[in-house]
Ligand binder design. Structure first.
Ligand code: GTP
Ligand code: MG
Length: 204
């Protein structure tokens, strides 16, 4: 079953800016929702699935593909989805990791229009220290977290339920379930993103 229906068709994403350095981060007037998560969790695949396109965002089996902060304008509702570089990519050099986390922290600290952090979490993995670190970071700054369990095609019903409960206990919010591969959960995710960004469903 897939639910690629009305809301996916109704929304489109347009890549506006790829920022590799702090100085390239634009001062965006519109509100933003950022997609954060460990390298390889499926952020860029989710951007493509949400847009109903295959090659909008680059994806790769090799972690560390997204090295810039990519600003996608959500049309027709005028807010931004911001695809952040994945953190915790062990094979990146120390220098590289430091640069990414600097740019990431700079963005999270300086963006006054950031409405929420959609935190992508692999449904197959137990809560990871590095994710919990980001949760603390966001909480300390009052940034709401929208948890999203990814790659649910790889998990059984029981595993998904247990993982949802585990995260609900930690975050106080039940994670949404998505599979970019099977195009599942996208409808509900668009509704949640619209609601968090503009307080209503996106309409023409
Ligand atoms: P970075 O750019 O390194 O931060 O990674 P990312 O979070 O953007 O992950 P990306 O979308 O590039 O996907 C990483 C790998 O996971 C790729 O091999 C994808 O094909 C795979 N993947 C992404 N989403 C899904 C999914 O829903 N199901 C399955 N089975 N695989 C997925
Ligand atoms: Mg990526």
């Amino acid at each position: 079953m897939n639910d690629t229906n009305e809301l996916v068709k109704r929304h489109s994403l347009e890549l506006i800016i790829c920022a590799h350095t702090k100085s390239q981060i634009p001062e965006v007037e519109e509100v933003q929702i950022a997609l954060a998560g460990r390298s390889n969790v499926g952020k860029s695949s989710l951007v493509n699935a949400l847009a109903g396109r295959k090659k909008l965002a680059k994806i790769s089996a090799t972690p560390g593909k997204t090295r810039s902060i990519n600003f996608y304008k959500v049309l027709p509702c005028d807010y931004y989805l911001v695809d952040l570089p994945g953190y915790g990519y062990a094979r990146a050099s120390h220098e590289e990791q430091k640069n990414w986390s600097n740019v990431l922290e700079y963005y999270l600290d300086s963006s006054k229009k950031l409405k929420a952090l959609a935190l992508l979490l692999d449904c197959r993995l137990p809560p990871q220290t590095i994710d919990l670190g980001l949760v603390e970071y966001a909480r300390a700054r009052g940034i709401p977290i929208l948890p999203v369990l990814t790659k649910t095609d790889k998990c059984t019903q029981k595993e998904k339920k247990l993982k949802q409960e585990e995260w609900q206990t930690i975050l106080g919010t039940m994670p949404l379930l998505v599979s970019s591969q099977k195009k599942q959960g996208l409808e509900k995710l668009w509704q949640t993103l619209d609601e968090a960004a503009i307080g209503k469903f996106c309409e023409e």
